[in-house]
Design a protein around this ligand. Sequence first.
Ligand SMILES: [Mn+2]
Length: 332
Amino acid sequence: MSKTMNNQNQMNQLLSAIFASDSILLFAHISPDGDTLGSAIALKLRLESINKQVVLILDGDIPTYLDFLPSDGIVKPENAPDPSLFDLAIAVDVSCSDRMGGGEAIFKRTKMTAQIDHHQTNDGYAQINFIDGQAPATAVLIYRMFMDQDQRPTLQESICLYTALSTDTGNFIYESTNAECFEMMAMLMCSGLPLAKYSRILFRQKEHAFVRLLGKALPSLHMFADGVGAGLRLSQSDMEQVDAKAGHTDGLIDYAIDVTGVKVAYFVRETPEGRVKASLRAIAPYRVDEAAMQFGGGGHRLAAGCGLDMTLDEAQTAIEKALIEAYRSTEV
Ligand SMILES: [Mn+2]
């Protein structure tokens, strides 16, 4: 109960700061995803509708799969306005302040700082910290602010909030998915959310280079440890043959972890610099974060990654050994 009360106080503080401000800087995180962009843009649209001057600062580019989001008024840190002219800075979905990249210094120079986030590791780096580590997406906290003000989102805001919520919950299948997600979805549907259209864009549509890369990766499927492990690999020449960029490998690992009976999986690829990047996945109660840490990487229990200074063959052998160990050391 105290947690809920605490959250309510944090939200009230944030709302008071917003109402007391004429001009507000928003900040998204580097390597922007659906939650940071969808949540920040929905908040930006809402603040503009109550006549606030708002600029969203983003260190990086909007990924192609999110290019339908309204991107007016998003600027790079090097083009940011003078922060001393703004009353309030709000970081959105930024787990630690350096994840603002070049935006961090601008954030820190604003008169008042605040943040809205759902990462459990967040250390509360702002003056006002509206954080709920149990929330499945930052978008849920934005939704609570709308509810608190008895505001139903506009169509554009609903598209942004849907993008944020659905991407951070893996299209509503992660453990974190809860009843509040569906209460929020009911509200977004009432606002006219074109669900079929946007779910197709976000979860079905694939770039041509991705499908061609998948064709290269699938023949490499390697089952190990009596079928509890599976791995996929791509060489730099595979990447070049289909003209793929690094981002096109996102999601390939699902084809390994999704094989029936598999509990731990990996995807390894050569980088142009001659190193190897590895992505690791596990199905609970198994975990791969500790395996990633052995190689100087990190991440979450079920999804982690690392880089290795080895050949692709050596990396594959080393990762399989670590994953077998991770599997065997888990008590079920
Ligand atoms: Mn998030």
